[in-house]
Design a protein around this ligand. Structure first.
Ligand code: NAD
Length: 453
């Protein structure tokens, strides 16, 4: 590894995979300037042709699902099943937004003395900054609607996980997207990411990552009044009422927090259980946790893999060292960055494990006495990204879902991010929404034009 390269490490084995070049500020500037040049012709591509190119891009991704998944298993330690789903999500997202170029409708607004019509004009170059926890889906959630709306994209993967992004950039060219319409620029956040923020030709930043870096990016964007979407951290609650199907709630709870080894912004890392059902729920939760298949992620039956890095493992271990673990699952050990899925019980809402985003396979369980207290405890956080409510009383399910200050709630389910519904956070979990039918409009300026009679 040199100062301008990064050695990708396989987190399951702690062995090097490949060295990746890290772009300099000058290389980043060149990528942005070329993307700006490509913008003029990309925005002029007829809507039906842009749609066709995006569909072809989706088809080429589909032809490479296994290859992309294999890269993600090695680079990020994602389980084979998850990695295939993630590559499929890129394809599905491209297909979904391929319908947008032909549906970017404006409005006709009644005015005196003429007609007023509106247009959705693309912004120009969009800079997308991706974290390491879900490299493929998060890349697609920004890229697909931005391209569909007629923008060009410069995209920075996380230093730790550049491989699938680099390959997807190549597949775009193979699919026939013109050069520099999508440019993947691997590099450091402090170099490439910062340059996206400060370069005047980049007209919008789509950032997914930590709240600390998100705040810095928002401040940087203010300097040029640059558009910005922020998808940040989370500390989401899974609220289980005593009338719920407790067996189903307990069986699914581990997957809502330990999926991707807990490195999930939507992880339901707090479980709130109504006190009268608390002991029964914990008794049901234990076998669900100890039964999880924490295995080499390349094993097709693996349900949880390692953490992304030695540093992430030591951060998570730091939280575990402060608490008593009630029960935990297994992990294969060896050189990889493994932490077993672990359950902690607490009645202290000021405990670090209850308040902070651990970003690892650790869940804290707390009893509550009634609905009002459940909502209070769920809302007692600076975050507001996701959450679940388990109850047989659907009226209560809706009432609690409306009361929890969070962008994405599920009742009797842990469903989280769907590309056809809006996604984003309350409070310090983010700013703006991604995905859903209106996402392409968020990559445009709405312009109104008055024509006198
Ligand atoms: P991070 O903030 O450290 O890094 C995210 C990206 O920003 C990386 O590509 C990094 O290189 C880049 N970056 C770092 N410093 C930068 C700077 N000064 N300027 C510009 N870019 C910079 O986050 P991470 O550790 O990679 O990811 C984990 C975090 O992401 C967690 O907090 C998680 O909750 C959050 N996350 C949120 C969502 C969501 O949709 N809300 C989804 C996934 C992850």
């Amino acid at each position: 590894m040199t100062t301008d390269s990064y050695t990708v490490i396989n987190p399951a084995t702690a062995t090097p995979v490949i060295d990746v070049h890290l772009a300099s500020v000058e290389e980043t500037d060149t990528a942005i300037e070329r993307a700006q040049e490509a913008f003029e012709s990309w925005r002029a591509v007829a809507p039906g042709d842009r749609a066709r190119l995006l569909r072809r891009f989706a088809a080429v991704v589909d032809d490479h699902i296994d290859e992309l998944a294999e890269l993600e298993v090695r680079n990020a330690g994602h389980t084979w099943g998850n990695a295939r789903w993630e590559a499929g999500n890129v394809r599905d997202c491209l297909n979904y937004y391929s319908a947008a170029p032909e549906r970017l409708f404006g409005r006709q607004i009644p005015v005196a003395g003429g007609v007023d019509i509106t247009f959705h004009e693309p912004l120009g170059v969009v800079g997308i900054i991706v974290p390491w926890n879900f490299p493929m889906p998060i890349l697609a959630w920004g890229m697909a609607p931005a391209l569909a709306a007629g923008n060009t994209v410069v995209l920075k993967p996380a230093e730790l996980t550049p491989l699938t992004a680099i390959r997807i950039g190549e597949l775009a060219l193979e699919a026939g997207l013109p050069e520099h319409v999508l440019t993947v620029v691997p590099g450091k956040g402090s170099v490439v990411g910062e340059r996206f923020v400060t370069h005047p030709l980049v007209r919008k930043i789509v950032f997914t990552g930590s709240t600390a870096v998100g705040k810095r990016i928002m401040a940087g964007c203010a300097d040029q009044v640059k558009r910005v979407t922020l998808e940040l951290g989370g500390k989401s609650s899974n609220i289980v009422f005593a009338d719920a199907d407790l067996a189903a709630a307990a069986a699914s709870a581990p997957y809502a927090v330990f999926d991707n080894a807990g490195q999930d912004c939507c992880a339901r890392s707090r479980i709130l259980v109504e006190r009268s059902a608390y002991d029964e729920f914990l008794a049901l939760l234990e076998p669900a946790v100890t039964g999880m298949r924490v295995l080499d992620p390349a094993d097709e039956t693996s349900e949880m893999g390692p953490l992304i890095s030695a540093q992430q493992r030591s951060t998570v271990q730091g939280y575990l060292d402060e608490v008593e673990v009630a029960f935990a699952g297994s992990s294969p050990g060896g050189e990889g960055f493994w932490v077993p899925p672990s359950v902690v019980t607490t009645e202290d809402p000021s405990a670090r494990i209850w308040r902070e985003e651990v970003f690892g396979p650790v869940v804290a369980v707390m009893p509550f006495d009634d609905e009002v207290q459940a909502v209070e405890l769920a809302n007692d956080t600076e975050y507001g990204l996701s959450g679940s409510i388990f109850t047989r009383d659907l009226g209560r399910g809706l009432r609690v879902a409306r009361a929890v200050e969070s962008g994405n709630l599920s009742v009797n389910s842990h469903a989280a991010v769907r590309y056809w519904t809006p996604f984003g956070g309350y409070k310090q979990s983010g700013l703006g929404r991604e995905l859903g039918p209106d996402a392409p409009q968020a990559f445009t300026e709405e312009k109104n034009v008055f024509i006198a009679h």
